[in-house]
Structures are given as structure tokens and as C-alpha cells.
Design a binder for this molecule. Structure first.
Ligand code: SF4
Length: 598
């Protein structure tokens, strides 16, 4: 909320704990944004002087992250989560209702500056949506009554810390526990195993376990740690990727809420193996509510001698963890973008090789692993590789955490041994009426009914964890449209195939969705999608056309049923575009596009 506190005072307060390295830029900006509702020009000047950066570089960073603004947002800055699952739960209607009640237009602060309402990408609350962020704080389970009450609270200028606590309740919704979540590991026991077995012993155990990265890419964890350990360097780093931005994914949110110690222990274990003294948890900006509890957990571990100097009495085992906040950029889930962001810059993906294991944070060897991967490493260190490999399938040892949402009776987090069939999962979550399941998020694949006996595994259908159910009544083209818009919005803009191709693809999907598409447009989609897949700079661009290409292939009817008869239709409908202006001028003739004044 806007504050009369001079920016120089707040800046002095921030200095005491944020520091003065240029890489802290994003951390300053994040905090200034939420104190002042934007980044005032004076803050840019102060930051430029403090961090030794040109003002233009600071503005470049502000422009890159969607939660940062150089013009004022409303005192109550509301962002509705725009995930397809929020849509399915009625978020659009509720958002328009709130705008109506407050007399505000999407994307524009109200005249008195009190409130602004806009959309944001998936906020990771798909199991308890529709959701929104208010000044960065998560509000879940929106309905008509809650919207009415929020409008009243805003009109009475009630600070968010006086809003009903239940509005901000985020539940874990753990529906099924298996290997990892049922193994009660006492705090510090993985580090004790490190003491007993040594770094090489833990690495051997990890190797035998076959653990692969749980973020989706599936790279073997032991190899990553080994390459980093063997790289020549003065310093090495451990980074936990908690930028959980894939639409439909929320299992890291649950782990950080209820299993934070196991995650931090996995990071510390990794530090002991590779020889790192500093770690970072990169937390997505949408999970602001987790920041304080996670800081508390870190402090508790310092007090217990599990972080800091001479951990568990081991001479020279020094390691600590800082939390860095993201600020609304899906691309920062890509590990090299994340590292750029960690260094306070725009999250543009780096050219690879070199890979982060040899040249990562500050160009030093860096292990970047997913939240779930660190948790699994902790458990493997304690229980051993045989315990882990006793579960799973083929090339996929152990278990997988799934975030299940959409048209099912019991949305939430489920843990399954790898190899579980999609049909089994649907039975468990109450999604038997599914016509399709979107596995692995917007960049994943749309699985039709005929493939429900296929399994979740690296060798079959791989996923970072997102699992969205669509029942028989759903229009799958709505999902495609939502994902196409998502990718067009989230492209970082660095390379042409993704920046331009993503927008063209979105426009073509919109055209088909509105009933103006033709066979020619479908062919254009295929060609643009193939170009993006083959020539984009990073994984975002290469996977962005997946929803279109996948559904064109598996669900051609959802396109065919919307095509118009003509061989060619222009993408731009002049009459439709002018309709609002014609109505305002009282011109409703069908024969004219627009009349000039007599
Ligand atoms: Fe950026 Fe997209 Fe190119 Fe990746 S593919 S570098 S996200 S523009």
C-alpha cells in the first residue's frame, strides 16, 4: 500500500539486510515494489548509486519482471490467477464482478489510486482456486461472497493484515503419501550419514539410486553433483529452484510449507558433497507468504548447528542458505535464466554450454536442483539406494509427486511410485469422467482417453508434476487458447522464433476459437509451431507450440468443428473492431464501417 514513509528511510532500512552487491538489485526492487506499489524514480537513483549500476540497467530489470512497475499500481493491487484451472472454476466471472463493484477497468488503476485489477499467470493454487494475489499475498477459494467482501474491505481501506485470515489460508491437500512422504526422517540425519559415509560415499549411494531431476528434465542427479564437485573452482554454489511456474504445478509449494527441513537438508548435503559454502533458494514471487516461515526454518537450523560454521562439528564444513525472491517471470524456472535472475539481472537464458555445473552463479560451478530432488536426496542419504530402487519402473526409480487439479473430486498433491497408470490416478482423484489429461503443464502433452493405460515415467509420459483433468463437457480449445496466450506473454523476447512465433500462434488460435479460422490457418499453425520447436533459443520456445501441435494431432475435431467455410478469412475483423466505437457514436448501420462528421 502507498506509504508516506520517505523512500530514503526505507532504503536505509533495506541496506541493513539486503547488502550492496549489484546482484541484490532484484531483491531491493521486490521489496520497494510492495512498499510503494511501484519503483519510484528516486529509488532508481538511490539504487544506481548504492549498487554502482546505470539507471538504464535498473529500468531494464523493472521492465522484465511482471510484478515490478515504474508507474503506480493501486494501493490494493489485485492480480487474478489466469491459469486454465482458475478459468474452469469461474475466475473470469468473478474478476469482472469485482471490477464492476469497484468501478475499475482491467489493467488500469482506479482514478483515486486505491485499487488496480489485472491478470497474472498461474499462481500455483490450482487445487484451491480461483485464486488471486493482493499486494503479493495469496487469496484462495474465491466465490461471489468472498468477492463482495473484498470489494467492501477495499472501499473501507482496510489493510490486508486486517482481512479475514481464512481468505489467505493455503492448504497442503496431501491426498496420497508413498515412499518419500511416509519416511519419517529426523532433522540432521542425512548430514549424519554424510559424516559417516563421506562425500564420495553419498555420491555413490545417489548414483546407485538412479535419482533423476524432478523438475521435468530428468538429468541424473549424481552426475550433476559429481561434475560440479570435480570442476576446478575457488567457490561452488547450491541453488534450489523453487520457481514453480508451470501451470497446474503446486507440489513444491506443499513441500516448502511442510517439508522445508528435508529440502534444506538436501541442499546442505549437496554442499557437503560438492564443497560449496553458499546456497540459495530461489522462491517464486507468487509464494510471498512462504518467505517468513522459510526464514524461520533456516534460523532454526542455524541454531541447531545444521547451517553456519563447522556444521555438526565437522571442521571446515561451512554452509548457509539465502532466499531470493523471483518477481513474476516463468522463464526464470529455466536454470540458466534463474541464475541470471539470482545475479539481479533480467532472466534471459544463457547460451549453453557451458552448463551451470561448470559455470553457473557468478560463473562458478553450481548445482541447480528442483525442490523435490533435494528432498529425495535427503531420504536416499538416510535410507540408502536399495530402499529407493525398490520402487519405480524401468528407467524411473522411486516415486513422483503430482499436482492434480481440474475436473476431479479430490484435487491435491499425490505421491505415486513411477509407473502408475493415468487410469489409476484418475480413479483415485475422482476424475473418471475425463476426456483428456494435460500432463506436465502447458509445455507438456495432452493425453487422450485411448492412452489412459500409459504410465507416468521418464520412459513413457514424463512430467515435472502437473496433472490437469478435463471432463467430457470441456472445450479443449479453451485450454489451447489459454496456453497459447500464456506462452506469448511469458516469452522473454530474446529470440525471434519464440517472440514472434508465439504471438502469431496465439493470434491464430484466437482466430480459430472465434470461428474465423480456415484450413489455411491450421497449416500456418503447424508451420509456425515446427519453426519455433526447431529454432528457438531455449526450452520455453521449443515447447511453447506443444499444446497446439499436440492437439492438432490428437484432437483434430476441436479445430475442425470451429472452422468457417471459406478458403481464406482475414485475421482482422474491421467491423467487430469498430463495433464499440460505432455504438458510442450511435451508428449501427451495417453498410458503413465508420461515418465521418457531416
Ligand atoms: Fe526467450 Fe523464448 Fe527465446 Fe527462450 S525461446 S530465449 S524464452 S524468446
Amino acid at each position: 500500500m502507498n506509504s508516506v514513509e520517505p523512500i530514503s528511510d526505507f532504503f536505509a532500512e533495506l541496506n541493513t539486510f539486503v547488502g550492496d552487491r549489484p546482484e541484490q538489485l532484484l531483491q531491493y526492487l521486490y521489496r520497494i515494489q510492495y512498499r510503494y506499489s511501484f519503483i519510484p524514480p528516486q529509488a532508481v537513483q538511490l539504487l544506481a548509486a548504492r549498487l554502482g549500476l546505470p539507471a538504464s540497467a535498473i529500468h531494464g530489470v523493472i521492465e522484465f519482471y511482471s510484478f515490478l512497475h515504474d508507474t503506480a499500481r493501486g494501493d490494493f493491487d489485485i492480480l487474478f490467477s489466469d491459469s486454465i484451472t482458475d478459468h474452469m472454476l469461474g475466475s473470469r466471472t468473478l474478476a469482472h464482478r469485482l471490477c464492476e463493484r469497484l468501478g475499475v477497468r482491467f489493467g488500469e488503476p482506479r482514478g483515486d489510486g486505491r485499487v488496480s485489477v489485472d491478470l497474472t499467470s498461474c499462481t500455483g493454487m490450482c487445487d484451491q482456486g480461483p485464486a488471486m494475489l493482493v499486494n503479493g499475498w495469496t487469496v484462495t477459494r474465491l466465490d461471489e461472497a468472498r468477492i463482495e467482501e473484498i470489494a467492501r474491505l477495499i472501499e473501507t481501506t482496510t489493510p490486508t493484515d486486517e482481512w479475514p485470515a481464512e481468505f489467505f489460508a493455503v492448504e497442503d491437500n496431501i491426498r496420497r503419501r508413498d515412499l518419500l512422504l511416509t519416511s519419517a526422517t529426523s532433522i540432521g540425519s542425512a548430514l549424519q550419514a554424510l559424516l559417516n559415509k563421506g562425500g564420495q560415499g553419498i555420491l555413490d549411494e545417489l548414483d546407485r539410486s538412479g535419482l533423476r531431476g524432478r523438475g521435468g528434465a530428468g538429468y541424473k542427479t549424481a552426475n550433476k553433483w559429481r561434475f560440479c564437485r570435480e570442476a576446478e573452482a575457488q567457490q561452488r554454489y547450491v541453488v534450489c529452484n523453487a520457481d514453480e511456474g508451470e501451470p497446474g504445478t503446486f507440489k513444491d509449494r506443499v513441500l516448502l510449507n511442510s517439508y522445508a527441513d528435508d529440502v534444506f537438508e538436501g541442499m546442505t548435503l549437496c554442499a557437503g558433497v560438492i564443497g560449496a559454502s553458499q546456497g540459495y533458494l530461489y522462491l517464486r514471487g507468487e509464494y510471498r507468504y512462504l518467505l517468513d516461515p522459510l526464514q524461520t526454518a533456516l534460523e532454526r537450523r542455524r541454531q541447531a548447528g545444521l547451517l553456519g560454521h563447522n556444521i555438526l562439528g565437522m571442521d571446515g564444513f561451512d554452509f548457509d542458505i539465502d532466499i531470493h525472491m523471483g518477481a513474476g517471470a516463468y522463464i526464470c524456472g529455466e536454470e540458466s535464466s534463474l541464475i541470471e535472475s539470482l545475479e539481479g539481472k533480467r532472466g534471459i537464458p544463457r547460451k549453453r554450454p557451458p552448463f551451470p555445473v561448470t559455470s553457473g552463479f557468478r560463473l562458478q560451478p553450481t548445482v541447480v536442483n528442483n525442490v523435490e530432488t533435494f528432498l529425495a536426496a535427503t531420504e536416499i542419504a538416510v535410507h540408502g539406494a536399495d530402499w529407493f530402487t525398490a520402487v519405480g519402473s524401468g528407467q524411473s526409480t522411486g516415486s513422483k509427486l503430482l499436482s492434480i487439479s481440474g475436473d476431479c473430486a479430490r484435487p491435491g498433491m499425490y505421491e505415486y511410485p513411477f509407473g502408475v497408470s493415468i487410469r489409476q490416478i484418475l480413479q483415485d482423484c475422482g476424475g473418471e469422467d475425463a476426456q483428456a489429461v494435460q500432463v506436465a503443464g502447458a509445455a507438456g502433452s495432452t493425453v487422450p482417453q485411448r492412452d489412459f493405460d500409459r504410465s507416468i515415467a521418464f520412459e513413457d509420459i514424463a512430467t515435472g508434476g502437473s496433472f490437469i483433468v478435463f471432463n467430457q463437457a470441456r472445450e479443449l480449445l479453451d485450454m489451447v487458447q489459454n496456453f497459447a496466450r500464456f506462452f506469448a506473454h511469458e516469452s522473454c523476447g530474446f529470440c525471434t522464433p519464440c517472440r514472434v512465433g508465439g504471438t502469431l500462434l496465439k493470434d491464430l488460435v484466437d482466430k480459430v476459437h472465434s470461428g474465423h479460422g480456415t484450413e489455411y490457418d491450421l497449416q500456418q499453425m503447424r508451420e509456425i509451431g515446427a519453426l519455433m520447436r526447431d529454432t528457438s533459443h531455449c526450452g520455453l520456445g521449443t515447447t511453447a507450440p506443444n499444446p497446439v501441435l499436440d492437439t492438432l494431432d490428437k484432437f483434430p475435431a476441436i479445430y475442425q468443428s470451429r472452422l468457417c467455410d471459406s478458403g481464406y478469412e482475414p485475421a482482422f475483423d474491421l467491423d467487430a473492431a469498430l463495433q464499440e466505437a460505432k455504438q458510442m457514436r450511435g451508428q449501427d448501420q451495417d453498410t458503413t464501417h465508420f461515418e465521418t462528421e457531416p
